[in-house]
Design a protein around this ligand. Structure first.
Ligand code: NDP
Length: 447
């Protein structure tokens, strides 16, 4: 994946301006790699320096988050919000609470979000935020105090027409509730559309909890259909056991597939009879336990500490935990074991080497930008319902999600075809997402 001379110069400039941000460089490289033929067809994008402008965030906020733990000791974390691009609508993107969070991670996620949000066809710009706070092992009161302190800074730059955060790793409905409560208190406004992923009884949307996982399975189903295949009888592995992984499992099972392995950051469980989803939901959504406890309840299952989930033979793989979790070696193993499709629930879960192996082997490969866009799309539907003070049914919202995922698959396939890489949905997603944003940026003048 070598860039041409023009794109290489742009890439080098971006790397030099953003030192030490490896994940951001990787995300930029992948987008640039798709754009050679686009710049030939649309020379105005180069004249307007769109690539350099689009890779510079419009605004970035880094802030101190002081809070007190249950022993009354002071703790300090760092908070981030990167408002990357507002050409298509208010900034939109989740908040990640994980000890690995630093500016380079937030920028890679925010950059990806620009194109993902564009692909949804909905009016949302791109952003991301988070903190190096580790929610693991914290009490509910500690989480609440942290969220409240985080919002004491964040509230200044968000708003329903400005920037609308949501969840991501470590931020679910509970945290969104604490964040929203504090925003309401600081602004003296019940501004439901300021954050998405809210509880159903105060402005949340049906299907938002399920949306990323369901959407990813809808996307993979479209890929399978393009080869006259379906999920029936397929063996499936899903990494992670959080929000995305759980609802991926649920929809795969509904479509007739069997999820035989899942994981968390400590290890992998394998159950050849199929992982019992009710146990996983109870452990992860209610009791917040580790996945290894699964084997205490399901004797036929096996737990491997620090195991490699991608060594387990499967037909379809759903990386749904974190970035760069599928290495070149893992991709090679998956291909050798007969994997025919990969749907990226996580953001950028495959290294560039891994992605190349999938594409060269003809694996149906759905990149995160496209395959996991159902989450943010349903967040935008939540914003629509908040704006009209409406609440749609589960079926209505799910139908809209299905249509959006079909459209995204279509748009990516068509763009890949039009720009000379038929079947390459990585290029297709980047091209289709980029063109719309680039046009909007030109229309809005030099900003
Ligand atoms: P959750 O916090 O609900 O779950 C994350 C899961 O991934 C957990 O099982 C966690 O294990 C595991 N995990 C996280 N970090 C690591 C790591 N460094 N190494 C190994 N395992 C890890 O997050 P989500 O399910 O919401 O998010 C999962 C992925 O999906 C992320 O990449 C996110 O960006 C992406 N995504 C999420 C969307 C959403 O709507 N939630 C939308 C689009 C993309 P443990 O508990 O041990 O940490």
């Amino acid at each position: 994946m070598a860039l041409n001379e023009h794109l290489q110069a742009i890439y080098q400039d971006i790397v030099a301006r953003n030192p030490g941000e490896a994940e951001f460089h990787q995300a930029v490289h992948e987008v640039l790699d798709a754009l050679g033929p686009v710049l030939v067809k649309y020379p105005e994008f180069s004249e307007h320096k769109i690539l350099r402008r689009i890779s510079e965030p419009e605004r970035q906020l880094i802030f101190r988050v002081p809070w007190q733990n249950d022993k009354n000791q002071v703790e300090i974390n760092r908070g981030f919000r990167v408002q990357f691009n507002s050409a298509l609508g208010p900034y939109k993107g989740g908040l990640r609470f994980h000890p690995s969070v630093y500016l380079g991670i937030v920028k890679f996620l925010g950059f990806e979000q620009i194109f993902k949000n564009s692909l949804t066809g909905l009016p949302i710009g791109g952003a991301k935020g988070g903190s190096d706070f580790d929610p693991k092992g914290k009490s509910e009161s500690e989480i609440m105090r942290f969220c409240q302190s985080f919002m004491v800074e964040l509230w200044r730059i968000i708003g329903e027409h400005t920037d609308v955060p949501a969840g991501d790793i470590g931020v679910g409905t509970r945290e969104v509730g604490f964040l929203f409560g504090q925003y309401k208190r600081l602004t003296n406004k019940f501004e439901a559309g300021v954050i998405t992923g809210k509880g159903l009884y105060y402005g949340g949307s049906q299907v938002r909890t399920e949306a990323t996982g369901y959407g990813c399975v809808y996307f993979v189903n479209e890929m399978l259909k393009s080869r006259n295949l379906d999920f029936a009888g397929k063996k499936v592995t899903v990494s992670g056991s959080g929000n995305v992984a759980i609802y991926t499992h649920e929809k795969v099972t509904e479509f007739g597939g069997k999820v035989i392995a899942m994981s968390d950051s400590n290890g992998v469980i394998y159950d050849e009879k199929g992982i019992n989803l009710e146990t996983i939901k109870q452990f992860k959504e209610v009791e917040r336990r580790r996945i290894k406890d699964y084997c205490d309840h399901h004797k036929g299952a096996r737990y491997t500490p620090n195991g490699r989930i991608w060594d387990i033979p499967c037909d379809v793989a759903f990386p749904s935990a974190t970035q760069n979790e599928i290495t070149g070696r893992d991709a090679k193993t998956l291909v050798e074991n007969g994997c025919i499709a990969v749907g990226e629930g996580a953001n950028m879960p495959t290294t560039p080497e891994g992605a190349e192996i999938f594409l060269n082997a003809g694996v149906l490969y759905g990149p995160g930008k496209a395959a996991n866009a159902g989450g943010v799309a349903t967040s935008a539907l939540e914003m629509q319902q908040n704006a009209s003070r409406d609440a749609w049914t589960f079926e209505e919202t799910d139908k809209k999600l299905q249509d959006i995922m079909k459209n995204i698959f279509q748009a990516c396939s068509e763009a890949a075809e039009e720009f000379g890489s038929p079947g390459n949905l990585v290029k297709g997603a980047n091209i289709a997402g980029f063109i719309k944003v680039a046009r909007a940026m030109i229309s809005q003048g030099l900003i």
